[in-house]
Design a protein around this ligand. Structure first.
Ligand code: SF4
Ligand code: SF4
Length: 388
C-alpha cells in the first residue's frame, strides 16, 4: 500500500495522462458529475458518491462504428472505358450501341456486387480513474457476456477496449440510502475487477494495487510510503462504510421464486408506474442490450452498434410482426428476471452490482429492491388457484 497526498493528485493524473487517456468524474457546467476525458487543471470530483451515469460507455460505447463499407464503381468505370474498343470491333452502329449498353449494364451489376469492408476497432490505452467498486463490478458482469464465458460469444470490439483499460476505483466513504452493494456480493471497498483502489483518508489517499496494470501506476514517483496510522484509518473508513449499507433483501431463493412467479399478476401491478423510458437501463453499469444498424449514404455506409433497452416495445419485435414481449409488464418482468434469474443461470453470478442508480434516477420511483423483495418471494394465491 502507498500514500498519495491530496496535493499530489493532479501530478499523479498528469503522470498517468502521459501514458494513456485518463477518464475521471468531473462536474459539468450544470453541476452534474459525469465521467469525461481528463485534462490537466480539471478538478476531479471524488466527494459526490456516484456519477450520473457509470463509466461503461468508455468500453461499451453508447454508439460505435463496427465497420465502414462501400460499393466500388470500378467495374462501371472499366465498362465505360471499354466501350470504344467494343465499338471498334462491332460491324454496325446499331450493334455498337447494343453491345455497349449490354457491357455497361453487366459492369454496373458487377460494380454493385463489389463490397469493400473496412473494420473499425480503435482501442487506445485508457485509465478510468475514480469509479466506485460497484461500477467496477459492472465491467466484470459485462465481461461475462462479451468475453467468451462458458464458450459463449467473444466480442473483439468490447475486448479490445477492455484490455486497453485500467480501472482505478475509490472506496465509497459515504454510501447513499439507495446503495445495496452488500446485498449482491459487493461492498463499498470491493476490489473485484479493480486494478487499484484508492481510499480517502486524512491528508490524502491510500493506494492499493491488485494487478500488473495497477502496479504500473504505482511507479509514479510522487507516492509516499503509507504510515501505519494511515493504513488503519483506511481500514476504518472501509468498515464504517460497509456497516452503513442497509441490507436490501436476502438473495437466498430469489432465482427460484422469480421462476415460480413468472405468470403472477403482481408483475402487472408493479409495472403500472413504469413509463418505459429506459433510464434505468442507460444509467446501469451492467445493462448491455444493443441494436445494430447500417447507415448508408449513396455507396458508402457504416455498421453501428448502439445501446438499446429492453423496455422499448420494439426491442423484441420480430420481422414476422410477432412480439414475444408485447405488453409492458412482460418487458418490465424481463429486466428484473434477467438480472436475478436468466443471467445467473447462464453466468453463475448476478447482473446487478447494487449501485442504486436505477432507484435514484427512475422518474416514477420504481425501486429494484422492492421488485426483488416482492417477486423473489413466495406470492399468495387465492383459494381458486388464481393469482392474488
Ligand atoms: S426508469 Fe423507471 S419508468 Fe423508466 S423504464 Fe426504468 S423502471 Fe420504467
Ligand atoms: S440494476 Fe440498478 S442497482 Fe443494479 S447495477 Fe443496474 S442501476 Fe445499479
Amino acid at each position: 500500500m502507498k500514500f498519495l497526498t491530496t496535493d499530489q493528485l493532479d501530478a499523479f493524473l498528469g503522470y498517468v495522462a502521459g501514458q494513456a487517456r485518463v477518464v475521471a468524474p468531473v462536474k459539468d457546467d450544470k453541476g452534474v458529475v459525469l465521467f469525461r476525458p481528463w485534462a490537466p487543471g480539471m478538478p476531479v470530483e471524488l466527494d459526490v458518491l456516484l456519477s450520473k451515469q457509470s463509466a461503461k460507455e468508455y468500453v461499451f460505447r453508447q454508439s460505435e462504428t463496427y465497420l465502414k463499407f462501400g460499393y466500388t464503381m470500378e467495374g462501371l468505370a472499366a465498362a465505360q472505358t471499354e466501350s470504344p474498343e467494343v465499338a471498334h470491333a462491332a460491324a454496325t452502329e446499331a450493334e455498337v450501341a447494343a453491345v455497349d449498353v449490354a457491357k455497361a449494364q453487366d459492369a454496373r451489376v458487377k460494380a454493385f456486387e463489389t463490397v469493400v469492408v473496412d473494420p473499425v476497432n480503435e482501442a487506445p490505452a485508457q485509465v478510468i480513474f475514480g469509479l466506485r467498486p460497484c461500477d467496477v463490478r459492472g465491467f466484470v458482469q459485462m465481461d461475462n457476456v462479451f468475453s467468451g464465458y462458458g464458450g459463449f460469444y467473444f466480442d473483439p470490439y468490447y475486448n479490445a477496449k477492455r484490455e486497453a483499460t485500467t480501472l482505478v476505483a475509490v472506496t465509497c466513504r459515504d454510501p447513499r440510502s439507495t446503495c445495496f452493494c452488500t446485498s449482491v456480493g459487493g461492498g463499498p471497498a470491493g476490489t473485484e475487477g479493480a486494478d487499484a483502489l484508492l481510499t480517502q483518508v486524512e491528508g490524502g489517499l491510500t493506494f492499493e494495487t491488485f494487478t500488473p496494470k495497477g502496479e504500473a501506476l504505482g511507479a509514479f514517483p510522487g507516492f509516499a510510503e503509507v504510515s501505519q496510522a494511515q493504513s488503519l484509518y483506511a481500514e476504518t473508513v472501509k468498515e464504517t462504510a460497509a456497516s452503513r449499507v442497509a441490507p436490501a433483501f436476502d438473495l437466498e431463493g430469489v432465482r427460484d421464486q422469480l421462476r415460480e412467479n413468472i405468470e403472477h399478476g403482481d408483475w402487472h401491478d408493479l409495472a403500472m408506474r413504469c413509463i418505459s423510458c429506459g433510464t434505468c437501463t442507460y444509467v446501469c453499469p451492467n445493462c448491455y442490450c444493443f441494436n445494430i444498424t447500417d447507415e448508408i449514404v449513396e455507396t458508402r455506409g457504416e455498421r453501428m452498434r448502439t445501446w438499446d433497452n429492453c423496455f422499448n416495445p420494439m426491442y423484441t419485435l420480430e420481422t414476422s410482426g410477432h412480439n414475444p414481449r408485447d405488453i409492458k409488464s412482460n418487458r418490465f418482468r424481463n429486466r428484473f428476471s434477467h438480472k436475478f434469474w436468466y443471467y445467473p443461470d447462464k453466468y453463475d453470478s448476478l447482473l446487478c452490482s447494487g449501485c442504486g442508480r436505477c432507484v435514484a434516477n427512475c422518474p416514477t420511483r420504481i425501486d429494484i429492491r422492492e421488485v426483488v423483495r416482492t417477486m423473489g418471494s413466495p406470492r399468495p394465491v387465492t383459494v381458486t388457484g388464481e393469482e392474488a
